[in-house]
Every structure is written in structure tokens, then in C-alpha cells.
Design a protein around this ligand. Structure first.
Ligand SMILES: [Zn+2]
Length: 183
């Protein structure tokens, strides 16, 4: 097993309509427009190119920060139109994200994935329950370690405070997922 996994960023002609139909059925205002399969494929190619430029620093930074290695050699990240933002297992990310946002969402989901597969070695739930007993929202607790890793990457690896601030701003509508303000 290599220390750094190969991340395959791809569209899926099966998953794209599944997610689009789900999204449409939950769109109470009926305003949401899906991308076509071809448009999503183009975004997956574009996103893949953006990831290539930064993958070394990101995978190195995440594993170094946590002292953990990925247990998988290959991780697929599926780009679909119907997903809002991303989730981590399987990794599914919205094709509607801006170019500058995509890599940051991917690194967020990869951090979830890395921690999730090492829960017996580092139980972040137990740690944050002890250290942040006053934080009640389980989603907030789940993101304390994630946000710490993001902050390390943006400030220490990329030395880009504006990128950290951009991410904090992006998460402002989702206060349960935004722990950067806690010190
Ligand atoms: Zn998350």
C-alpha cells in the first residue's frame, strides 16, 4: 500500500441522474436546474486538473497533521449535479462548485475519510466530547478536528490566510459546521 492514495475525480452517468432526481424531488421552489451529463463530465475533467496541482501538498499535509496514513490506495470522488457541497463516504461533490472552491471541499471530505477509517486509533468524537463539553451540536463536534486540519493546511502548508478566510466566509450560512471561531 502506498502512503498517498490516488484520487480519481470522475463523473458517473449512473450517479448523476440519481442525485439530480433526488435534488429535484426536494426542491420545494422548483427552481433548481441540473447540469447535463456532458456538462458534469467537463467539470470533472476541469476539477481533476485543479486537484493535480495541489494534491501533493494536501495529501502530505493532512497525513502529517494527523499522523495517519490513508488505508486505501484508490479513492474515487464522484462529481454530480444534484449534490449540495460534498460528503465523504463515498466522496460525492457538487459539479456546481466554483473552481476555487472544489479543491477545498475535496480536502475537507478527504480529512473526514481519513479520520473515519482510523476511529479506533483516534476517536475524535470522544476527544471533542471531553474537550468541548459545552458544544452540544453533534455536527459541530464532528467538525472541530476537520476545521483544525483545514486551518493547518491553509496557514502552515499553503501560507494563505485569505484562503482560510474564504472558507470561513463560505461556511457562515452553516454555523453548525463552522468551528473556526472557537479558540
Ligand atoms: Zn464536513
Amino acid at each position: 500500500m502506498s502512503e498517498k492514495p490516488h484520487i480519481i475525480i470522475t463523473s458517473s452517468r449512473f450517479l448523476n441522474p440519481v442525485f439530480s432526481e433526488y435534488r429535484k424531488s426536494h426542491d420545494t421552489e422548483g427552481m433548481w436546474q441540473s447540469m447535463t451529463d456532458e456538462e458534469v463530465e467537463q467539470k470533472a475533467v476541469l476539477f481533476s486538473g485543479l486537484w493535480e496541482r495541489e494534491k501533493g501538498l494536501i495529501l502530505g499535509g493532512i497525513t502529517e497533521a494527523l499522523g495517519l496514513h490513508f488505508l486505501e490506495n484508490i479513492i474515487c470522488a464522484y462529481v454530480v449535479s444534484g449534490q449540495q457541497g460534498g460528503f465523504s463516504d463515498p466522496i460525492v461533490i457538487s459539479s456546481h462548485l466554483s473552481d476555487e472552491k472544489f479543491v477545498d471541499v475535496l480536502l475537507h471530505e478527504l480529512t473526514h475519510r481519513l479520520l473515519q477509517y482510523h476511529v479506533e486509533e483516534i476517536n475524535t468524537h470522544a476527544i471533542t466530547k471531553k474537550l468541548f463539553a459545552n458544544v452540544e451540536n453533534p455536527s459541530t463536534k464532528a467538525h472541530i478536528m476537520i476545521n483544525a486540519v483545514e486551518q493547518y493546511l491553509f496557514l502552515e502548508v499553503f501560507r494563505d490566510a485569505a484562503r482560510l478566510q474564504r472558507n470561513i466566509n463560505y461556511m457562515l450560512p452553516y454555523p453548525a459546521l463552522n468551528l473556526h471561531g472557537i479558540s
